[in-house]
Design a protein around this ligand. Sequence first.
Ligand SMILES: [Ca+2]
Length: 170
Amino acid sequence: MRVSTKITGVFAIIFFLSIIATGCVTAQKNEQGSDGGDTPARIEFEQGIIEGNILVNSQPDNEADGTIEPASGDSLYMTDSGTITVTANVPAAGDYVVKIYYALPTSYGDKENNVMVNDTDLGPQKFPATGGKWTAKWIQATLQEGDNTISISHNWGYTWFDYLTVEALF
Ligand SMILES: [Ca+2]
Protein backbone atom coordinates (compact mmCIF):
# COMPACT_ATOMS: atom_id res chain seq x y z
CA MET A 1 0.00 0.00 0.00
CA ARG A 2 2.78 2.42 0.92
CA VAL A 3 4.76 1.38 -2.17
CA SER A 4 1.82 2.02 -4.49
CA THR A 5 1.23 5.40 -2.86
CA LYS A 6 4.85 6.31 -3.52
CA ILE A 7 4.60 5.15 -7.13
CA THR A 8 1.43 7.17 -7.60
CA GLY A 9 3.22 10.16 -6.08
CA VAL A 10 6.18 9.79 -8.46
CA PHE A 11 3.85 9.58 -11.48
CA ALA A 12 2.00 12.66 -10.24
CA ILE A 13 5.28 14.59 -10.05
CA ILE A 14 6.34 13.43 -13.52
CA PHE A 15 2.93 14.39 -14.89
CA PHE A 16 3.18 17.81 -13.22
CA LEU A 17 6.71 18.41 -14.56
CA SER A 18 5.69 17.41 -18.08
CA ILE A 19 2.88 19.98 -17.99
CA ILE A 20 5.38 22.67 -16.95
CA ALA A 21 7.83 21.60 -19.67
CA THR A 22 5.09 21.67 -22.33
CA GLY A 23 4.04 25.12 -21.15
CA CYS A 24 7.62 26.41 -21.43
CA VAL A 25 7.99 25.12 -24.98
CA THR A 26 4.68 26.70 -25.98
CA ALA A 27 5.67 30.02 -24.40
CA GLN A 28 9.00 29.97 -26.23
CA LYS A 29 7.30 29.32 -29.56
CA ASN A 30 4.89 32.18 -28.98
CA GLU A 31 7.77 34.50 -28.11
CA GLN A 32 9.66 33.60 -31.28
CA GLY A 33 6.53 33.99 -33.35
CA SER A 34 5.65 37.39 -31.93
CA ASP A 35 8.81 39.06 -33.21
CA GLY A 36 8.49 37.59 -36.67
CA GLY A 37 10.90 34.66 -36.36
CA ASP A 38 14.56 34.11 -35.58
CA THR A 39 16.06 36.17 -38.39
CA PRO A 40 15.88 39.92 -37.78
CA ALA A 41 15.20 42.18 -40.75
CA ARG A 42 18.27 43.55 -42.51
CA ILE A 43 18.46 47.29 -42.98
CA GLU A 44 20.86 47.85 -45.88
CA PHE A 45 23.18 50.81 -45.56
CA GLU A 46 23.23 51.37 -49.33
CA GLN A 47 19.47 52.06 -49.16
CA GLY A 48 19.96 54.77 -46.53
CA ILE A 49 20.93 58.42 -46.86
CA ILE A 50 24.57 58.60 -47.98
CA GLU A 51 26.52 61.83 -47.59
CA GLY A 52 30.23 62.63 -48.13
CA ASN A 53 32.98 60.51 -49.62
CA ILE A 54 31.31 57.14 -49.46
CA LEU A 55 31.51 54.73 -52.38
CA VAL A 56 28.69 52.31 -53.16
CA ASN A 57 29.43 48.64 -53.87
CA SER A 58 33.13 49.24 -53.57
CA GLN A 59 35.67 46.51 -53.08
CA PRO A 60 39.17 47.36 -51.88
CA ASP A 61 42.23 47.30 -54.05
CA ASN A 62 43.45 43.86 -53.08
CA GLU A 63 47.11 44.60 -53.65
CA ALA A 64 47.25 47.92 -51.83
CA ASP A 65 44.78 47.43 -48.99
CA GLY A 66 44.54 43.73 -48.32
CA THR A 67 41.44 41.72 -49.05
CA ILE A 68 37.81 41.68 -47.93
CA GLU A 69 35.51 38.76 -48.59
CA PRO A 70 32.57 39.63 -50.90
CA ALA A 71 29.63 41.36 -49.19
CA SER A 72 26.18 39.75 -49.11
CA GLY A 73 25.01 42.41 -51.57
CA ASP A 74 25.95 46.02 -52.17
CA SER A 75 28.13 47.57 -49.51
CA LEU A 76 29.47 51.03 -48.75
CA TYR A 77 33.06 52.16 -48.42
CA MET A 78 33.37 55.17 -46.15
CA THR A 79 36.66 56.89 -47.04
CA ASP A 80 37.86 60.25 -45.66
CA SER A 81 34.43 61.72 -44.82
CA GLY A 82 30.75 60.93 -44.77
CA THR A 83 27.65 59.91 -42.89
CA ILE A 84 25.32 56.95 -43.47
CA THR A 85 21.81 57.26 -42.03
CA VAL A 86 19.18 54.52 -41.90
CA THR A 87 15.78 54.21 -40.23
CA ALA A 88 14.86 51.30 -37.96
CA ASN A 89 11.21 50.74 -37.06
CA VAL A 90 10.54 48.88 -33.81
CA PRO A 91 7.19 47.85 -32.29
CA ALA A 92 7.91 49.02 -28.74
CA ALA A 93 10.17 51.38 -26.81
CA GLY A 94 13.01 49.71 -24.93
CA ASP A 95 16.58 48.50 -25.02
CA TYR A 96 17.82 46.97 -28.25
CA VAL A 97 21.03 45.58 -29.72
CA VAL A 98 22.03 47.24 -32.97
CA LYS A 99 24.36 44.97 -34.94
CA ILE A 100 26.37 46.85 -37.55
CA TYR A 101 27.87 44.51 -40.17
CA TYR A 102 31.20 45.95 -41.29
CA ALA A 103 34.55 44.79 -42.62
CA LEU A 104 38.15 45.94 -42.69
CA PRO A 105 40.80 44.69 -45.12
CA THR A 106 43.33 42.17 -43.88
CA SER A 107 46.02 44.86 -43.70
CA TYR A 108 43.95 47.28 -41.57
CA GLY A 109 43.94 47.58 -37.77
CA ASP A 110 41.10 48.86 -35.59
CA LYS A 111 39.00 51.87 -36.66
CA GLU A 112 36.75 54.26 -34.78
CA ASN A 113 33.61 55.81 -36.19
CA ASN A 114 30.87 57.84 -34.54
CA VAL A 115 27.40 56.41 -34.02
CA MET A 116 24.27 58.43 -33.33
CA VAL A 117 20.82 57.06 -32.39
CA ASN A 118 18.00 59.60 -32.77
CA ASP A 119 19.27 62.65 -30.83
CA THR A 120 21.76 60.66 -28.75
CA ASP A 121 25.38 60.89 -29.82
CA LEU A 122 27.04 57.64 -28.70
CA GLY A 123 30.42 59.10 -29.66
CA PRO A 124 33.38 57.25 -31.15
CA GLN A 125 32.81 53.50 -31.36
CA LYS A 126 35.62 51.03 -31.88
CA PHE A 127 35.35 48.80 -34.94
CA PRO A 128 38.03 46.16 -34.29
CA ALA A 129 40.09 44.72 -37.13
CA THR A 130 38.18 41.93 -38.90
CA GLY A 131 40.89 40.28 -40.97
CA GLY A 132 38.79 40.83 -44.10
CA LYS A 133 35.67 39.14 -42.68
CA TRP A 134 32.23 40.74 -42.38
CA THR A 135 31.66 41.13 -38.66
CA ALA A 136 28.85 42.44 -36.43
CA LYS A 137 29.65 45.38 -34.17
CA TRP A 138 27.15 45.24 -31.26
CA ILE A 139 25.84 48.49 -29.83
CA GLN A 140 23.21 48.68 -27.12
CA ALA A 141 20.70 51.48 -27.63
CA THR A 142 17.41 52.65 -26.18
CA LEU A 143 14.91 53.00 -29.01
CA GLN A 144 11.51 54.62 -29.21
CA GLU A 145 8.36 53.01 -30.58
CA GLY A 146 8.16 53.45 -34.34
CA ASP A 147 10.90 55.00 -36.45
CA ASN A 148 14.42 55.51 -35.11
CA THR A 149 17.29 57.18 -36.93
CA ILE A 150 20.67 55.45 -36.73
CA SER A 151 23.70 57.08 -38.30
CA ILE A 152 27.39 56.26 -38.64
CA SER A 153 29.74 59.17 -39.24
CA HIS A 154 33.35 59.34 -40.32
CA ASN A 155 35.89 59.49 -37.57
CA TRP A 156 38.80 57.40 -38.79
CA GLY A 157 36.79 56.26 -41.80
CA TYR A 158 38.16 53.75 -44.31
CA THR A 159 35.61 51.21 -43.17
CA TRP A 160 33.21 49.07 -45.23
CA PHE A 161 29.55 48.74 -44.16
CA ASP A 162 26.92 46.25 -45.40
CA TYR A 163 23.76 46.35 -43.25
CA LEU A 164 22.48 46.45 -39.67
CA THR A 165 19.90 44.57 -37.66
CA VAL A 166 17.97 45.61 -34.56
CA GLU A 167 17.00 43.04 -31.93
CA ALA A 168 15.16 43.55 -28.64
CA LEU A 169 17.07 42.82 -25.44
CA PHE A 170 15.15 40.37 -23.25
CA1 LIG B 1 24.30 46.01 -47.96
